[in-house]
Design a protein around this ligand. Structure first.
Ligand SMILES: Nc1ncnc2c1ncn2[C@@H]1O[C@H](COP(=O)(O)OP(=O)(O)OP(=O)(O)O)[C@@H](O)[C@H]1O
Ligand SMILES: [Mg+2]
Length: 490
């Protein structure tokens, strides 16, 4: 149930319950002051007074009044008065006629009444009023008139109101108190339930917000309902999850940055330290023979080249990371491109005793959009790794191209040492070098493959690595077809 509906219902209940209670209380009050439920009919508008015809006593009283005006002599005759007994017992009333302060006529039921306490002449009432007469309470209708001889006659139509009256008088305070109690209880309970269903989840939200304020993003809240607060809780929870995720990403970036700085400082410090050592060796005369000096200088040169390479890679890496490297995309046939590339490389590869195998399907759609120079950089990084980490006497490189409906897949596989399975997920991370490479004298900064990945991603492509320890490593580059990449860029 929505909060809106709940509030509407509780408001309706808060209005209707007191109204019902008010009606009950008024009803009881009427009885107290009028003495009889039936008298209420006279207060109702004509059209609603269904009981009017049933008010025989009212009609009877009117008849008596009329008689008193038209034929008072007959009215005062004892026979006539006795003849009224039937009607009187039907309407459960008694009749007293007082003439000049003396009781003239009195029905049997009223024999024990203290007639001296009856209302005085001239206080006529055509509706019933409650009067205490002696110990009893009566609902009395009174009609006063004069006889021809000037006698003052009062006619009292009386009904014993004691049972109702007694009941109401005794229980009225209790009933009133009960009404009040019901009223307070209804309002109290409704307020409690409505506020509980609103305040409890709001407090939960407040607590959760407090946790977030204090930097704790682990505290989750669940929405038990689907009302407005439930939706708010849901939205809050989604916000917390997003905040947590972006917090984690932020932390990851921060860690990466720190790691990057540590790596750069370390990778630059190492060659500089050895350059410093060799220069000191020459300066202090440790390199005392021309051969030694030449070896020292050669080492210094190699270290400087390493540093140059590292700074180059770092520079390219950070420019790629910042998206500041301009790409010159053009449509190329990757099969022709690779054939030319390996043609150029064949001399060097032969020198290193590497066997090259091509597995190009002769027919195929090999048109891609690529930046020639950057793609060369990718291939160089991959092939350099294959050559650098190669540990077999019979060195093999298998270059293959495959084509699907959407992509061109270029694979470069070697028969090198392979990469341990637990290192594979991190191999494209910046500065990551598998444990076995770190210990070798192969050199390298661990940026080669991350640069390759960034360049391939700029081509809207993908790069993945499969490797089996001692068997070899295969790197696959997936590039969209020329037509597909045009669609994607247009
Ligand atoms: N063909 C391969 N055979 C075996 N291990 C490889 C091969 N290619 C990559 N690796 C492993 O992956 C790591 C990451 O390679 P990457 O090219 O990114 O860095 P690097 O070669 O160490 O340094 P850089 O290329 O920057 O000079 C390497 O250190 C190596 O452990
Ligand atoms: Mg490398």
């Amino acid at each position: 149930m929505s909060i809106k509906l709940r509030l509407i219902l509780s408001n309706i209940a808060m209005i209707t319950v007191p109204i019902i209670l008010f009606l009950i209380t008024s009803f009881l009050l009427m009885i107290v002051f009028l003495g009889d439920i039936r008298e209420m009919a006279t207060f109702l508008p004509e059209s609603h007074n269904y009981h009017k015809t049933k008010q025989e006593d009212t009609i009877f009283f009117l008849e008596l009044k009329e008689k008193s005006a038209v034929n008072p002599v007959e009215l005062m005759s004892k026979e006539y008065l006795k003849s009224l007994n039937n009607v009187l017992s039907e309407i459960e009333s008694g009749l007293i006629i007082r003439k000049n302060d003396e009781v003239y006529y009195l029905t049997r039921e009223l024999e024990n009444i203290r007639t001296d306490e009856l209302p005085e002449f001239g206080t006529e009432k055509s509706f019933r009023s409650l009067e205490e007469i002696g110990e009893q309470t009566f609902a009395i209708k009174q009609h006063d008139f004069f006889l021809k001889d000037g006698s003052k006659v009062s006619l009292f139509l009386m009904r014993d109101a004691s049972p109702w009256n007694q009941f109401v008088r005794t229980f009225f305070p209790i009933l009133f108190g009960l009404c009040l109690l019901i009223l307070i209880a209804t309002n109290g309970l409704l307020t409690y339930f409505v506020s509980k269903s609103i305040i409890k989840p709001i407090n939960q939200l407040k607590k959760a917000a407090h946790f977030i304020k204090n930097g704790n993003l682990e505290h989750s809240i669940s929405a038990a309902r689907n009302d407005e607060i439930g939706q708010l809780t849901q939205a809050f929870e989604e916000m917390r999850i997003q905040l947590k995720e972006s917090h984690e990403i932020q932390k990851q970036y921060e860690d990466n940055r720190k790691e990057l700085i540590a790596h750069i400082s370390h990778d630059l410090k190492t060659p500089i330290t050895s350059i410093k050592g060799y220069v000191e060796g020459i300066r202090d005369g440790v390199a005392d023979t021309p051969e030694k000096k030449a070896r020292y200088i050669q080492t210094i040169y190699t270290k400087a080249v390493d540093m140059d390479h590292l700074i180059d890679e770092l520079f390219l890496f950070s420019k790629l990371d910042l998206g500041k490297v301009p790409f010159e995309f053009e449509r190329i046939d990757i099969k022709d491109y690779l054939t030319d590339y390996f043609e150029e490389l064949s001399f060097d590869l032969r020198k290193q005793h590497v066997e090259l195998h091509f597995q190009f399907a002769p027919l195929g759609h090999y048109q891609v959009v690529a930046d020639r120079e950057k793609f060369k950089r990718v291939l160089a990084n991959i092939i350099n790794n294959s050559l650098k980490y190669m540990d077999k006497d019979k060195k093999e490189l298998i270059i293959s191209i495959d084509s699907t409906d959407e992509d061109v897949e270029i694979s470069i596989a070697d028969n090198g040492p392979g990469i341990p399975e637990d290192s594979i997920p991190f191999i494209f991370n910046q500065f990551y070098r598998a444990e076995q490479s770190r210990n070798k004298l192969t050199g390298g900064s661990g940026l080669g493959l991350s640069i390759a990945k960034m360049i391939i991603e700029e081509h809207n492509g993908m790069i993945r690595l499969e490797s089996t320890l001692t068997v070899g490593t295969k790197i696959t580059i997936i590039l969209p077809h020329h037509s597909c990449s045009e669609e994607a860029t247009s």
